[in-house]
Design a protein around this ligand. Structure first.
Ligand code: CP
Ligand code: NVA
Length: 307
């Protein structure tokens, strides 16, 4: 029997040692690339990338990561595939597994991701669902640790709504053992699945509604768009989220050397002001760059090519 493929679906599903080895591989490959000594462990490998939703960073960073590692990406959109005409996700997984060596998918329906993984005989990578965005948070961990050293024991603050990026930060807090203070409006608070996760794992995560309390003395402040893909736009949503904006006043409550992070795309003037995102504490473009390097660590792990 062929061995079980190494899927990268969620951070909390993998042992800390493997997550750390992915980050170490990302750093090593980043250093090699910067020194013009690229490594090519994925020669002859092909990655199918399926996007059911728009993307700039995930699409380009996976594409470039595959090429730089010696492999080939194939870009697909759900609408252009028979998936868009009703072919099942399970049959799509079975067919693609006969052609390619791994599949990366961005699809809002998390159950569809799980079904793809259950039926694929090659690794499947979660490129964002409504529930989580683990590739993003691997890049964020890499970025935090490059700037400030190990994240273990530090305090990270999230202010905004409950969304996929927050879920992956919560998974990371449990694995990497850092404190995560969350402030959301009561009506956009983390759902039962997150509360159950905290209860079951004892993860150091505090859920609240006060952005000032969450950010106080934090080592890192994070926010994200107020309207994620699949969310309904609306004035009410913006109104309840206004007090959660990261501006200079809120940022001043964090530690003086706190970092500001945002996965991008940002909606300037909404969840974050220009002075914060363009200010000295912001590392948002390092995060964006690190999508490329983090993706390489994830791909190398999926292909058993982490040295
Ligand atoms: N941060 C992120 O995933 O960006 P894209 O939607 O552009 O891929
Ligand atoms: N929470 C955002 C992240 C975008 C990268 C969304 O799901 O749209």
């Amino acid at each position: 029997m062929s061995k079980t493929p190494k899927h990268f679906l969620d951070i909390n599903e993998l042992p800390l040692s493997e997550l750390k080895s992915m980050l170490a591989a990302s750093s090593a490959m980043k250093a090699k690339q910067k020194a013009h000594q690229p490594v090519k462990p994925l020669e002859g490998k092909t990655l199918a990338m399926i996007f059911e939703r728009p993307s700039t960073r995930t699409r380009v960073s996976f594409d470039v990561a595959m090429r730089q590692l010696g492999g080939e990406p194939i870009m697909l959109t759900g609408a252009e595939m028979q998936l868009g005409r009703g072919e099942t996700i399970a049959d799509t997984a079975r067919v693609l597994s006969r052609y390619v060596d791994a599949i990366m998918i961005r699809i809002l329906n998390h159950e569809a991701l799980l079904e793809l993984a259950a039926n694929a005989t090659v690794p499947v990578i979660n490129g964002l669902t409504r529930r989580s965005h683990p590739c993003q948070v691997m890049a964020d961990l890499l970025t935090y640790e490059e700037h400030r050293g190990p994240i273990e024991g530090r305090t990270v603050a999230w202010t905004g709504d409950d969304n996929n990026v927050l879920a992956s930060w919560a998974h990371a807090a449990e694995r990497f053992k850092f404190n995560l203070n969350v402030a959301t409006p009561p009506e956009l608070a983390p759902k039962k699945v997150m509360r159950d996760f905290i209860k079951a794992t004892g993860a150091p995560i505090v859920l609240g509604t006060d952005p000032e309390a969450a950010v106080k003395d934090a080592d890192c402040v994070i926010t994200d768009t107020w309207v994620s893909m699949g969310d309904k736009e609306g004035e009410h949503r913006h109104n309840v989220l206004k007090p959660y904006q990261v501006n200079s006043k809120l940022m001043s409550l964090a530690k003086p050397d706190a970092l500001f992070m945002h996965c991008l795309p940002a909606h300037r003037g909404e969840e974050v002001t220009d002075e914060v995102i363009d200010g000295p504490q912001s590392v948002v473009f390092d995060e964006a760059e690190n999508r490329l390097h983090a993706q390489k660590g994830i791909l190398a792990w999926c292909f058993d090519a982490v040295k």
